[in-house]
Design a protein. Structure first.
Length: 85
């Protein structure tokens, strides 16, 4: 594949230095650098995230089995309020 790259000055300097050290052509130095950079893992593995559960206590009179019904009631009230405007 043929393409045009615009290199920043510091990168150009490093490539020219590498070409001088290794006596390899530009194409080879750039391809080797890209292969090396693309095959290396980009990010360090994250530390494992743990969730510490704790008991959820509802206030007296709230039935956890009927929370969906409560949400439906609140949605219906909001709808009626909007329609009344």
């Amino acid at each position: 594949m043929r393409t045009t790259l615009t290199l920043e000055p510091d990168v150009e300097q490093q490539i020219r230095r590498r070409m001088t050290e290794t006596k390899l052509p530009l194409k080879r130095v750039v391809n080797d650098a890209l292969r090396s950079g693309l095959s290396a893992p980009g990010k360090k593995p994250r530390s494992r995230y743990t969730v510490e559960p704790y008991p959820c206590k509802f206030k007296a009179g709230i039935d956890p089995n009927k929370l969906n019904q409560l949400l439906d009631d609140l949605d219906a009230e909001e709808f009626v309020r909007k329609m009344a405007r």
